[in-house]
Design a protein around this ligand. Sequence first.
Ligand code: GL2
Length: 793
Amino acid sequence: MQDVRDKIISETLKNIKIDFTKRLHDANTFEIYQGISKTLLGYFAENWTKSNELYRKNRRVYYFSAEFLMGRSLGNSLVNLGLQEDVEGLLKDIGINYNEVEEAEADGGLGNGGLGRLASCFLDSMATLNLPGQGYGIRYKNGIFKQEIENGFQKEYPVNWIKYKIAWSIPKFSEEVIVEFTDMEVRAIPYDTPIIGYKTDNINTLRLWEAHPLEDLNIEAFNDQKYDEAVKCRNRVKDISRILYPNDSTSEGKKLRLRQQYFFVSASLQDIIRNFKKYNGGDFNNFSKYIAIQLNDTHPVVAIPELMRLLMDMEKLSWEESFKICNEVFSYTNHTILAEASEKWWVDFYKELIPRVYEIIVEMDKKWRGKLLELFPNDEGRRKDMVLIKDNMIQMAHMAIYTCHTVNGVAKLHSELLKYRELKNWAEIYPEKFQNKTNGITPRRWVAVSNKPLTKLINRLIGKKWIIHSEELKRLEEYGEHIDVLRRFLEIKNEKKKELGDFIRKTTGIEVNTDSIFDVQVKRIHEYKRQTLNILYILDLYFRLKEGKIREYYPTTFIFAGKAAPGYFRAKGIIKLINEVARIVNNDKDVNDKIKVVFIPDFKVSSGEKIYPAADVSVQISTAGKEASGTGNMKFMMNGAITLGTFDGANVEIVEEAGRENEYIFGLTVEEITTLEKEGYNPKEYYENVEGLKRAMDALVDGTLNDENSGMFKELYTSILEGADWHKPDQYFVLGDFQEFRTIRDKLNNDYRDKIEWAKKAWLNICNSGKFSSDRTIHDYAKEIWKIEPKRV
Ligand code: GL2
């Protein structure tokens, strides 16, 4: 090992000299980070090359995704390479604090939330399981915006992550391809990021495309002195990979978004075909023997007609041959049943920008209509429901289900709702297409990297195997009654709370009591996730504490974090509301030794790494049926937090695994909501009759809370009691669930007093979290959808 250590040091010093013309004592933490990262790249370059060579000879999968929320690379890579302790030690020897170096790296934030982070966890698991697989996406210059909280309001700032993060993203100029639109030709330049598996020599790849103009300046325009015009043209092309659409669970029907989608799938397919011809003989009868493509939601579904086009127009295959290949190659994951997220494209955009692709979709639609007429000659309603182009809109999900060999949901409940409710008509025709693949998270980043003391404890008890064989965690049950183990677990929680406490002080200025319950709701801000329900409880609690109605309340810190889409007024209102309640509560001497409310700004992967390990309570309270899966719930669970949640998404399976007695489950079920919707749901009834509810709601409009004349609180209040934007009042049943929420929260608070009993439950959550490793998810995708086998270099 001494050899490796010496080499790492000398290489790093050399890299710092080459890139920054500096010696170590002059270099700042960012420069040191760059130097080490480059050293590591050299360390595994040979294995990366070998992996590429091996994979391209074998059957492989390509994961097409418009989002990859990678977070930081250095720490994760070191842990996976098994070098973390060495590097930390040798930096210490030369007087450098490893943590500071790690913190110098910017997050790769090329995603909005769960869907993008899932894609990144999947890449980690594919590499760890030695599966021939590669990600394809867009190298957005600006990823998800930086959120600052100013006077309680969300403000958005652009983040140019590329400016900082060069080491892990390597351009391959010689492998560029051209993507054509009617009005522009675009050079797609690939950048590769190594995906390092845990304790394996395999290195997988994430390939992201950047858009560049064909020629660097439009010479003609330039010569005509139309300099502005020339620059404008260039910029229009570069716009394609300039920015990530900051919408979560909603479709964004903008022309630029269509360009982005088509740009990256066309480039990726051209790349795949080129390699297929070069390394696999090029006989298209064999194409689907080598290639599987997973479509992560509908964003990349335009890949279907694009592959049809490439096969027919470029490779001269027939329609039937091409369609057969598409069917064999593509599979599609659905990530939501929210109506506003179902992607539909106005045909005129397609006609204007990619007319040949449009022509192919029209033909596909025509053929499918013919088939539908055969199947349901007397059921026009049903036929209409299932067409690919309806009212001049292309239905992306329909195109995917029609073509792909497999359609999967992301948690049991979600997959069932798809099969038996949302896509019932489709499942009746193609029952064999529908599958479930419950989401997962990588235990490397979400425990081994982010919670080192817990990792150490687990390693000491059961060895290290659990990091890749998460089912091993079950063996921890044996220690479920060991008082020393439980005490150590509580100590670790407390260490992590202290660290988070410091982070909270640094980012918000708020001092929190690290002996209090850390009660955490972190995720995108959305009505269906019901941060509102949580904050209404806190308001009600505040009033009750002030009145002296609750004698004993275990001190609690209510922690929130999450971004609102910039155009989502009501979600931004919710952020203001949380911050306003925080202001009142935290400044009130009567209660602030009991409760505090904190909104941590700019939630992202790296802050998640600090938050999940410190949580006692994981708040997962979406309206039943609305959260397809959730993955934050799994990160909390694996770190020993107890779920306070509804029967929704993967919560259902968390309860199945850990036992209902070890979680706090409440609220309306999917069936109850369906019944209420049928029979008529009247939130006003609850508002008038449920104890505490009216007072908490009224605080939004009676002057108790101040939204600085933004109208946000009144709007929120009205949307719940009267309805707004053609939506029924309280469409997410916040008031309907309030009473049960209040009861179970009060009980939870009381239960926490017995810390050992609490620790037992939390421990059982860790023991039973094995199912939620993305290794399990990816293993099942590989076996049941992609049919690929591990290959080791
Ligand atoms: C989401 C779902 O909302 C979320 O419940 C799920 O866990 C993830 C990953 O499958 O996908 N769908 C979606 O559009 N976004 C999600 O996070 N943005």
